[in-house]
Design a protein around this ligand. Structure first.
Ligand code: AHR
Ligand code: AHR
Length: 537
């Protein structure tokens, strides 16, 4: 059990200074970015200077200029060509079955998420189509039955709210049984033709099930044999043992195997797990005798090559036998147990140059995925906050989720010694309430797409799966603090129960009731919170 003795010995002064610093850094993003790059270089971690972002060119302009044009360009967050003004994705709402296209706000700009919000107000929406921005119109529709599983369902449209380019937009959050496909794409590599592809995904929403993929797959939806796929795979499934570390890893799904090298397993002795909230994952394959895997943090720095060498040595992969269908979120045969996040991805005809890949990564970094929204310390959707308890035990204790692998929450002491992980675990992004838009939901800053929800009346973090149960369990309504100061929050489905700390855990609790945490002793202070500026810068 945690003890109150671990509370900060520094009193409140340091915390106020910390908040002032965090606010100053937010107001001066370029200074902060420069400082981060300088620190990275000083630490000797950067192997090459990242290419300077050319903000006038977007990923498909860059690949086009390098003679490897996009033959597919999918994103729910932004245009991938400077000249693109068409639809990004289509949503359908449950209330009346109507659909609506969501387009960029401006030509070459970011998604008009506000249009989605108003169309989906007080109902559930799912993503029914992700449009291809390339002239080939290789749109992705919800995937049908495959050799192994399905038919799939569409992802909930509002499960993955993120910031991109300073705009609030939505990524696609996949639970199992979700997937998209274009069975007969035009212009995509076939047989031994060369191609490249990347996707921006998350290192925080992964599992070890087959197969969170984006790329080239079978036109039939069946496993038609070695070399019939060339898709990025991202997750913790280790197909060829051993894998180094705990993952998630980048691999090439070339069918009947997730390859990290020609032999299968990783050839890197160092841990290549990619746990950052936003990851760029890239695969290219000349279709004959070479493939390469590159990955990087989508929020900063360059791509690193994880493998570049011959095709797999097993039969069928050299040359490749590509069929030119496009898959997103499942294996080639629609194996659909995997979970994952998707923000954007493209496929090219021809093997892209490393210089073009670097320029694309620089452009992705310039988007500032997940970056601060600029609104802090209020309960307005989009604002970032921390919840400081008013419980007398616990000066400078905040609601936090307990680390990478645990979904539980508690109140944790935050001090100058707290790591950036601990600060991020105690920082929440205010969202419109899933179940009631006049109330709120709270998304983890460190774990995009994961929200505070109660389960068995304990507060924890979890992925929105589109269910009414989750929406209810993750929606809370604010009111004046039960102490008369700050705020208190009731659960939308248990309106007499409040966020309450008890024994350093956090619960939804009544002022009296059958659970230990419903005790009336200390209830007003234990259920009142001071909303502060976000602890994570
Ligand atoms: O290659 C891994 C997976 O194996 C493929 O995605 C799927 O088609 C097969 O089950
Ligand atoms: O937290 C109380 C209930 O416990 C939730 O509504 C439900 O998801 C779980 O059974």
């Amino acid at each position: 059990m945690r003890s109150a003795d671990t509370a900060s010995p520094h009193g409140r002064g340091w915390l106020n200074r910390f908040r002032t610093l965090a606010t100053a850094l937010r107001r001066r993003p370029t200074v902060f970015a420069a400082a981060t790059v300088a620190a990275t270089l000083a630490a000797g971690l950067a192997t090459a200077a990242p290419a300077r972002a050319d903000t006038t060119l977007l990923p498909c302009d860059i690949y086009g200029a390098a003679n490897t044009p996009c033959v597919a360009a999918h994103s729910t967050t932004r245009a991938l060509y400077v000249s693109y003004a068409g639809p990004l994705y289509q949503i359908a709402r449950q209330s009346d079955g109507k659909t609506r296209n969501i387009s960029p706000l401006t030509t070459g700009g970011y998604a008009n998420a506000a249009a989605q919000d108003s169309f989906c107000k007080d109902t559930l929406c799912t993503i029914t189509r992700i449009y291809d921005q390339s002239p080939l119109h290789n749109d992705l529709a919800i995937q049908g039955r495959g050799g192994n599983g399905g038919p799939d369902v569409g992802a909930p449209a509002d499960a993955l709210p993120v910031t991109a380019g300073g705009h609030q937009v939505y990524g696609v959050s996949f639970s199992g049984q979700m997937g998209y496909r274009n069975y007969n794409a035009k212009g995509v590599a076939r047989n031994g033709q060369p191609e490249g592809m990347y996707m921006v995904t998350s290192g925080t929403h992964v599992n070890d099930q087959c197969c969170f993929d984006y790329g080239n797959a079978e036109t039939s939806g069946n496993d038609t044999g070695n070399g019939h796929m060339d898709a990025i795979n991202f997750g913790t499934e280790c197909w060829f043992q051993p894998c180094v570390g705990t993952g998630p890893w980048l691999a090439a799904d070339l069918e009947n195997g997730l390859f990290m090298s020609s032999a299968g397993p990783s050839q890197n002795s160092t841990d290549r797990s990619m746990r950052s909230p936003f990851v760029t994952a890239l695969l290219k394959n000349n279709g004959q005798n070479y493939f390469a895997l590159k990955a990087g943090n989508a929020q900063s720095g360059p791509l690193a090559t994880q493998y570049a060498g011959p095709e797999p040595t097993a039969g069928g992969y050299s040359p490749m036998q590509l069929e030119g269908s496009i898959v997103l979120g499942t294996g080639g045969d629609n194996s659909n147990g995997s979970v994952g996040n998707f923000f954007e991805g493209v496929m090219t005809m021809g093997l892209p140059s490393d210089a073009a890949d670097d320029q694309v990564q620089a452009n992705i970094v310039s988007v500032n995925y997940g970056g601060p929204t600029g609104i802090v310390g209020t309960l307005k959707p989009g604002s970032e906050i921390s919840f400081e308890t008013q419980a007398p035990c616990c000066d400078s204790f905040f609601i936090a989720h307990d680390g990478y692998n645990s979904n539980t929450t508690s109140i944790n002491a935050i001090s100058t010694a707290s790591s950036s992980d601990e600060l991020g675990n105690a920082t929440w992004i205010v969202r419109r309430g899933f179940a009631d838009t006049s109330c709120l939901s709270f998304e983890s800053r460190n774990r995009p797409g994961e929200f505070l929800r109660h389960f068995n009346f304990k507060l924890q973090r979890g992925f929105y799966d589109g269910s009414i149960q989750f929406a209810d369990d993750a929606t809370f309504c604010q009111g004046k603090g039960n102490t008369g100061k700050g705020k208190s929050f009731t659960s939308v489905n248990f309106p007499t129960k409040f966020f309450r700390t008890y024994n350093y855990g956090v619960y939804v609790a009544g002022d009296g009731g059958s659970n230990a945490w419903d005790t009336t002793i200390g209830f007003p202070k234990d259920s009142s919170w001071t909303i502060t500026a976000p602890l994570a810068p």
